[in-house]
Design a binder for this molecule. Structure first.
Ligand SMILES: [Zn+2]
Length: 370
């Protein structure tokens, strides 16, 4: 991932704008073949683990935090364990994580590289038929909520596919991305992208119709700073579309520590609807609607993760190309791929979303202040 990953400083910088989670725009491991190129997470000296930190009060509401469970990086083998805490007041969860800038840099550059992205293969997502959009849960991605012909900012735009999507629909579009690899894409495809953290000072106040935060806020050390900045750059009446994992859904309940969206230690914030409403209110924003919309492909990754989870300091044989897969794992990964093709994942994710208990929140938010 990013060479400038110090930008991601947890609990230190005002925000981290990133999207390394593989749930929408990062390079995805195939269910059958592992296409991620090397080097990937292995054969590096383990950095010193983050110093344990005493949890403070909830960042959102100020109430006391309670220890919930221990988590670790079960994808890429970053060492050590981390406490997950839940707020007794607003239900917000946060990872008890403090890293030095050097450690954050280590985390994102050595354990999550994305520099292998093929610029020539870059392609904006297509508009899909309504039935397929619904059946596959494609509106889990914030960009699919953006109307055509507006001025839009995608904060944490990954490799910029969404920017191409918006451009094709007549939007005036800008992106921000901490991963400097976006520059290769931006130059090749003529995208307007700033590399670094989202900083509202870089934009004229009240200048965007729409802002998207797609699987970004869960990576951010101080979500309130980001949300206030978004409010600042939105026009009055403008819209923020925000997607983020739902740790109160059926997936987290069913899969426990092995739920893929814990994604320790990259995800550090897990919002409840109550904590999101509180945070947005403090930022001058107002929730217009909230629902769960879960991309059915993510459930496919969940099954694969269960087949080959990693341990503390040990990468997963599914997520990492350098870990060998045994015969049983290959068989089960093949079965998971078949189940996905037969529509099992789509069926189950549609059911979970119908109950409001899917793995992914989509918040549609308005700026109601002038
Ligand atoms: Zn709270």
């Amino acid at each position: 991932m990013p060479d400038n990953a110090a930008l991601f400083a947890v609990n230190r910088a005002p925000s981290r704008v990133c999207r390394p989670c593989p749930l929408h725009r990062a390079v995805l491991p195939s269910l059958v073949h592992p296409p991620l190129s090397e080097p990937f997470a292995l054969n590096v000296a383990a950095p010193p683990p983050p110093a344990p930190a005493a949890p403070g009060p909830c960042r959102i509401c100020g109430a006391a935090l309670q220890a919930e469970r221990q988590l670790f990086d079960d994808r890429y083998g970053y060492p050590d364990r981390y406490g997950l805490y839940r707020c007794a007041g607003c239900g917000h969860r946060a990872l008890n994580l403090q890293m030095t800038p050097a450690q954050v840099s280590e985390l994102y550059t050595r354990f999550y590289p994305r520099s292998s992205f093929d610029v020539e293969a870059w392609q904006p997502p297509r508009e899909e038929p309504a039935w397929r959009t619904w059946w596959q849960g494609l509106r889990a991605s914030a960009f699919r909520w953006v109307p055509p012909g507006v001025k839009v900012l995608d904060v944490g735009c990954g490799f910029g596919e969404s920017l191409g999507y918006h451009r094709n629909r007549g939007c005036q579009v800008q992106g921000v991305e901490a991963d400097a690899n976006i520059l290769r894409v931006a130059e090749r495809h003529g995208l307007d992208v700033k590399v670094g953290l989202f900083d509202a000072a870089n934009y004229a106040p009240a200048s965007f119709d729409v802002v998207t935060l797609d699987q970004v806020i869960e990576h951010v050390a101080d979500p309130l700073v980001v949300l206030r900045g978004v409010c600042q750059v939105l026009k009055p009446g403008g819209m923020l579309v925000l997607s983020t994992p739902n740790a109160n859904g059926l997936g987290a309940w069913l899969f426990g520590r092995l739920w893929i969206h814990w994604h320790t230690p990259y995800h550090v914030q897990f919002f409840s609807t109550a904590s999101m409403r509180q945070a947005l209110g403090q930022a001058g924003l107002h929730v217009e609607s909230v629902r769960t919309v879960t991309n059915s492909a993510w459930l496919g990754f969940q099954w694969c993760h269960l087949v080959a989870p990693g341990g503390p300091g040990v990468p997963s044989a599914f997520w990492s190309t350098q870990m060998p897969r045994n015969t049983g794992q290959k068989l089960l990964l093949g079965l998971a791929a078949v189940a996905g093709r037969l529509g099992l994942n789509a069926l189950l994710t549609r059911l979970a979303d119908a109950l409001g208990r899917g793995d992914n929140f989509v918040f549609v938010i308005r700026k109601t202040t002038p």
